[in-house]
Design a protein around this ligand. Structure first.
Ligand code: MTE
Ligand code: MO
Length: 324
């Protein structure tokens, strides 16, 4: 039998592990992700109080498979410390600060369903077990928020194209819309004076060709376990060449449409948050430049590393053809 070498996401070249934080990450990654140690892992990776029932090893898929595409396994930057990533979040349903991880533990995951509907020939409703049956893979992606902070995280999930194959959109389908879980009595969310005007539920959308691109991903996990609630358990969109706000969290509905759907931030402030929202260093946000970004680089939230922003977040070779 031929020996097939599948590179693992944590096999980063040494030169990328320059900072102390990256070194610690590397160790944690090895501890957390190797099939053997995770099988016997009783140790929470970051303090019991932050563990949630969602934050578990995914049963039945150990060891976790790496993406067959080696290009999706190297970010050219150190992996972000897991605790930092999990305590610096945008999730407006749970508050308008970055420190919402505790509040987000209110998200109820019992009996989760994801309805796929609209212009499709095979509408479907997936439960959690169905989602974990997709062929899962790990991908190490750069991640860029429109606010100019950035990170590198190992997602676990499946390409969005797998859903396209399952539900078969009709020829009329031109867009896909994602809707996040929302219950006003549970998620609360910020109330900005003079009133509660945020257009919840959070909703985002892509052109169907963007969804079909190899890079477009649905994550069910991160750092080798299921998604913590603050990262958008149990299913969130990851579109790494676009600003982070395109990646709706805690998705309950996926809908195919013939016209361009409204989206949350674009509805709130169309001049600042475009529908397309590709990472483009030369296109400034009205209130700040996008030429540079601050990488959450090491052991403290206050140690930011400033680096240049890359066009399409460095993924031009995969997505450039979408934008002639
Ligand atoms: N439902 C929902 N999804 C959301 C958001 C949100 O407020 N609500 N924020 C978005 C923004 S602005 C970013 S940068 C990312 C942050 O993802 P992270 O907290 O997992 O890093 O989630 C995106 N998805
Ligand atoms: Mo963001």
């Amino acid at each position: 039998m031929p020996f097939i070498h599948i590179p693992q996401p944590w096999q980063l070249p040494e030169r990328e592990a320059t900072s102390e934080g990256a070194f610690l990450n590397r160790r944690r990654f090895l501890q957390g992700l190797s099939g053997i140690s995770i099988a016997g892992a009783a140790l929470p990776l970051w303090g019991c109080e932050q563990q949630s029932e969602a934050d578990q090893p995914i049963i039945g898929v150990q060891p976790l498979p790496a993406s067959p595409n080696a290009d999706f396994l190297q970010a050219g930057r150190p992996i972000t410390n897991e605790t930092l990533a999990a305590t610096h979040n945008n999730f407006y349903e749970y508050g308008s600060s970055k420190n919402i991880w505790k509040n987000a533990q209110k998200l109820p995951l019992e009996d989760w369903k994801v309805e796929v509907t609209g212009l499709v020939s095979q509408p479907r409703t997936y439960d959690l077990a169905d989602l974990y049956k997709f062929p899962l893979e790990q991908r190490l992606y750069r991640f860029r928020c429109v606010e100019a902070w950035a990170m590198v995280v190992p997602w676990l999930g499946f390409p969005m194209s797998a859903i396209l194959k399952d539900v078969e959109p009709t020829p009329q389908a031109k867009f896909v819309r994602f809707t996040s879980y929302y219950d006003r009595t549970i998620t609360k969310g910020p109330i900005f004076p003079p009133g509660d005007f945020l257009p919840f539920p959070y909703h985002e959308a892509l052109r169907i060709e963007e969804m079909a691109n190899d890079l477009a991903f649905f994550a069910v996990g991160i750092y080798g376990h299921t998604l913590p609630k603050q990262h958008g358990a149990p299913l969130r969109a990851v579109i790494p060449w676009k600003y982070g706000f395109k990646g709706a969290k805690s998705i309950v509905k996926i809908e195919f449409t013939d016209t361009q759907p409204e989206t949350f931030w674009n509805t709130l402030s169309p001049g600042e948050y475009k529908f397309e929202a590709n990472v483009e260093p030369e296109v400034a946000h009205p209130r700040w430049s996008q030429r540079k970004e601050r990488l959450i680089a090491s052991g403290s939230q206050f140690e930011w590393k400033e680096i240049p922003t890359l066009l399409y977040n460095g993924y031009g070779e995969f997505v450039g053809n979408l934008y002639g």
